[in-house]
Design a protein around this ligand. Sequence first.
Ligand code: GLA
Length: 687
Amino acid sequence: MSDLPQPEFLVLHSPACTAIWEVSQTEAPLWRYWGPRLPERAVPGEALRSTRPEPSFALHFDQPLSLFPGIGMGWFGSPALEAHRAGQDWTLQITQCRVVRPDAETVQFHLRDDVALIAATVTARLDPDSDVLTMSTALRNEGDAVLDVQWLASGGVPLPADSASVRSYGGRHNNEFVPIDDALTRSTWRRENRRGLTSHECFPGAVVTCHNGKAYGAQLGWSGNHVSQIEWADDDRWHWQMGEWLAPGELRLAPGATIETPEMLATCSEEGANGVAWNFHRAIRQRIDWPGGTMSPRKVHLNTWEGFYFDHDEAALKELATSAAEIGIERFVLDDGWFAGRDDDTSSLGDWWPDPAKYPQGLGPLADHVTALGMEFGLWVEPEMINRDSELFRAHPDWVLATPGRPLLEARHQLVLDLTRPEVSDYLYGKIAALLDSLPISYLKWDHNRVLTHAGATPLYRQQILAAYALMARLRAGYPQVEIEACAGGGGRIDAGIVRHSHRFWASDCIDAVSRAPVQRAFLQFMPPEVMGCHVGTSPAHSTGRSQSMHFRAGVALPGHFGVEFDLRKVTGEEREELRRSISTYKTHRDQLHGTRVWTGEAVGGLLWQAHGEAAELLLFLIRTLPSDGRYPPQVALPMVDPNKRYRLSRDGAEDMVLDGGWLRQVGFAAPPMKGEDVMLYRVTAL
Ligand code: GLA
């Protein structure tokens, strides 16, 4: 035993996770444990420093991993903060720590560096209902000069020494959520997003798998630039940090000013990636602000985009609505192309009033037609954007985000409005509110179809995101019955930040069901199925040219928030009946598909499976995108079933199977022969 004072341990437990810090009044709390739930009394007995000898040629003062690691004072890994005042005050070492417990689940560490003159409050909350640890940091400049902040972590967690690999996600427009598997080595693993919005290229979340099968997950609740970094620490643990990526000069804190980071959501599970997904689903569900307080059944959508693009003809759209209502569609979303002069993607963003040429009497007649059919009416907008060829740009060319001396860079012929200017946000609020006031709109699809490049004379990336959140919040406050869908060229804005203001994500512009199946699978690692926009597209698919059956297209879309996106009037006969049946199946099962637990897995030969519900009552999808190369169909083992029960597996058109739970869990049931591009739906019920 050393002569160090007896340490104090601060412990947070949730049903399945535990976080433990070693706390003293004179330094940042030391990370002692983050992982699966420990028994109530299982605190580390001794101070960390008394458990490890001084290595050769090392500093005499040991600097273990803390919740707010410093710089220049013996911690050689990534710090929580990199900042300076005109080149001074750059070293960081917390000298004071005060702990406040607002409630049993939450701890606030009030930290201060008396030399650097900064104060930081790190808030950590381990949620008992989701097993997710949420961390965020508020930083205050207590000096008398501006503090230039280059990096401020939202939070950081330790990962155990047997952490083996990390799966993150990359991609592009039309090809989101491509898994990137990296081994964890002593080289730092880092993913950065500098595109100004969440991005297709770098989803702000990842899952780490350990050699013993445990998994750790983290995601950042933020819709802008970000960093996710895992660094090996000298004591063989790993340090996983997340935070905003800050452009040079972006964060300059005036004396006395405070800045708050977005939240980092971290979790872990002994059930591997499936357990991590379950925890995230529960945490995300808590963040969604549903109209009326609770989720209502997710209505079947008809979206006009791929069926009509910019070619809006009021009479044809009314026919479409009639045709949609007839097969059970519940919400009609009028996509891009409805506003003044919008005949293609070169013009009119910013001019948010109905095109008098296409809609001589405004959108009222179409919206009334839709609602008279018993459907809801939704409308597409892209508020942050502007085309040069627009009334708005002609009136206010100075409203765009620009850097003096630099050319304006267009993407999809559009520029970005500077939402941080109150007059710009007021203009957008006014235009959208006028539509909401005058039309029976209960749904907005909120798009963002380009990256942010030069965001202002001084970088306004983070301010732009905060202003977008504020605009959404203002609209939600004024029109609480209106749901919002977050879209950015498909899945470019899917994150735990914008989910506080939205109710659905458009996962990808690629509606080819073969391509879509893995996108949805990855989406479900972080987000629950009820917010996963899934449409039945046309055949051949516009994004890939591949043709698929209605049965397969609908089957792949079924588990999410279901919709249809083609010109329904052109689909007749058996295909139309098949779609009608799928809509009815969706309505029958949506209460079990949504708001419940989801497990995903893969059997030998690329057979994907996905189960929704509770272990005693599951809806099980078998999804085959490619033909099998095996001699026999694979066995599908279901890890969630109770080995002490028996289960009935039923599927329309097939004999029921009854299997012992122990067998089903370890060996599985024999999947039926399936060709490529097929989906089957089972009910698995405990007897
Ligand atoms: C983006 C969206 C599409 C559609 C178009 C309209 O690409 O992802 O669904 O709304 O914009 O321009």
